[in-house]
Design a protein around this ligand. Structure first.
Ligand code: MN
Length: 201
């Protein structure tokens, strides 16, 4: 029942020129693989060995830091790969677009809010668009925490998550995290985010 690295749902170079091939190879093949391996080590031979990842995250405040960091890392990256897609970007449509407009005023205002959440997250972490109590909200988490965790300051159902660890952008964007955040909107899969929105409501 060990956790396994999911295959990337597209080629390593499919998100070029916004996210480069080498970053994807290292990010998926090395970083995400390490979270999976270290999570398996952390639960091996314990009562947590056969629990689902979601179950672990919900109760992570009472579990080891290794489960929090690596369980979060595994969940967040699996979610991230599915949030991105080649030939994606553009603007959301339908019910999600309506909810974004009524909550934030416009799609551009949402992007600004997410980019600010990512840019101001000190050190490593994630910026999120979530559904909380039926409403859209933008938040961020440190390290590999996420809004599903009992320890999260703002809890909710993630619709979109952006990795702002340096390993996600440093080879192409160096220290320019805001530029990475501007460009990543070109590869956001609004089809996937809308599907999650439909399921969350
Ligand atoms: Mn990462």
């Amino acid at each position: 029942m060990a956790f396994t690295l999911p295959a990337l749902p597209y080629a390593h170079d499919a998100l070029e020129p916004y996210i480069d091939k080498q970053t994807m190879e290292i990010h998926h093949g090395k970083h995400h693989q390490a979270y999976v391996d270290n999570l398996n080590k952390a639960v091996a031979g314990t009562e947590n060995e056969n629990k689902s990842l979601e179950d672990l995250l919900k109760n992570v405040g009472s579990l080891s830091p290794a489960i929090r960091n690596n369980g979060g890392g595994h969940w967040n990256h699996t979610f991230f790969w599915e949030t991105l897609a080649p030939h994606a970007g553009g603007e959301p449509t339908g019910a999600l677009a309506e909810a974004i407009n009524s909550t934030f005023g416009s799609f551009d205002a949402l992007k600004e809010k997410v980019n600010a959440a990512g840019a101001t997250r000190f050190g490593s972490g994630w910026a999120w668009l979530i559904v909380k109590d039926g409403k859209l909200e933008v938040t961020s988490t440190p390290n590999q925490d996420n809004p599903l965790m009992d320890v999260a300051e703002v809890k909710g159902t993630p619709l979109l998550g952006i990795d702002v660890w340096e390993h996600a952008y440093y080879l192409k964007y160096q220290n320019k995290r805001p530029e990475y955040l501007n460009q990543i909107w070109n590869v956001i899969s609004w089809a996937k985010v809308s599907e999650r929105f439909g399921a969350a409501k």
